[in-house]
Design a protein around this ligand. Sequence first.
Ligand code: FES
Length: 578
Amino acid sequence: MSHDSRSKDPGLPPGEGLRRGLTSYGDTDFSLFLRTAFIKGAGYTGDALTRPVIGIAATGSGFNPCHGNMPQLLEAVRRGVMLSGGLPVEFPTISIHESFAHPTSMFLRNLMSMDTEEMIRAQPMDAVVLVGGCDKTVPAQLMGAASAGVPAVQLVAGPMMTGRYRGERLGACTDCRRFWAKYRAGQISGEQIEGVEGCLATTAGTCAVMGTASTMACLAEALGMTVSGSAAIPAVHADRLRAAEASGAAAMALARSRLTPDRIMTGRAFENALRVLLAIGGSTNAIIHLTAVAGRLGVGISLEMLNRLSEETPVLVDLKPSGQHYMEDFFAAGGMGAVLRELRPLLHLDCLTVTGETLGARIDAADGYVDRAVIRSAAEPFQTAGGLVALFGSLAPGGAIVKRSAADPRLFEGEGRAVVFESLEDLAGRVDDPALDVTPSDFLVLKNAGPKGGPGMPEAGYLPIPQKLGRAGVTDMVRISDARMSGTAFGTIVLHVTPEAAVGGPLAVVRSGDRIRLSVKERRLDLLVDDREVARRRASLPAPPAVARGYRRLYLDHVLQADGGCDFDFLRAPLATG
Ligand code: FES
């Protein structure tokens, strides 16, 4: 019997397409026969089945309003694949939305990455288009694709448009926090906060500011994993669909060139991405995600490297939460093309991208328009040093992060008295207690909100200003925790304290009344308690409770600290040497 549905595409090696990764029956011809019989049942012709297969990882979900444009994006990707002679095949994976994931989206990111990796590997595809957007989805997809080793293009949903409330321009979610703080301080009424609630997210798409989703979109482009100029296109703009079509075409070219993610996401590409992260005043979460993606490829990212790059890389972009504009303004002002052009002398221009061009060639080919009100020049930046810095010291031997671009510099140097909350529940129960012993110069400390303690490292690092202080006009205080912070948040907030309290890090022994010293200039965070007392307190720490079953158990047994990207230990590749 002649039975050959192998690819007829002259650019593909024989034996690919639907023959890839046959199901194990002990008879490969039978495996292919059975696969072909089933897919013919879906109405495909023999011609279609000889084409290169482009998988499309789809993450539409009724629980993920940020991905509301997924049907149109998928249609445009399919069009791009077919116009290039390929066969597009969609498949679903886990989808995660920030506000619909319990206990946190971060808790589920690694599960999504495993789902993405295994479904890419298990199903026959010559290349894949990853369609994500909301915060954890893009890192999960990049982690999965890096481990699967199949050529991949990242496409993002794109940012939502801004709305208006009584004439004031609003966008999720920096303004969510700003208005919530006003409501807590009694400056706006219940009726007004309800009105605001209806105007914060007025279209499909990801948060309208340089939060984690927008940051990861920009970093995916900086890494070379998207088509050029696509990171900032608004979700509802026709250019977003054109980028989707181009992503489908790029995936077809990748199926022929076999350019795999490990050849694009190299150590030098991650250095480029870190530069861009600093220049855009991006989300603190991105450090964790970049570390996790890099770790899948044996590339190490250290906080010391972040500090070095931070000194040399100015903040160029005037966007919320560090500045005043929104993502649609960033797109209109020239977007990533303008940022990359400005950073050109600092970038590794020979890094490859998914379209086979080098980063340098992309920069040269991009439209040269820039609106300097939004994207500044390197000579006259928005801020002279990078947006993020790492702190080390006796309270954070493994490091901590502060987003100085979105903080109050007047609070960067000095000592404070600790006001400690043992957990999220303790925080919720006491922070607004009128009897809470707290002053504006104290340091609020939250424990047990790290990768294991949360669990899932909740975005709780933006501790609310105690209500009595908020009502007295206090808008910022030093806040320290092992938690993360939303990329849309702002304030003098020290995050990711490592090791976390739940694994016995120094944070676990801090007590209310202790003195803590912060120096952003010296990159220090120190607990001013003597070593003997720390040892005595440590000896009396309770043992962590035994856990449970299922994914939560897998998570707690294997999740790494922030300096390991909060990935699972068994998913990382050995660190490459040299
Ligand atoms: Fe989806 Fe902000 S909640 S991007």
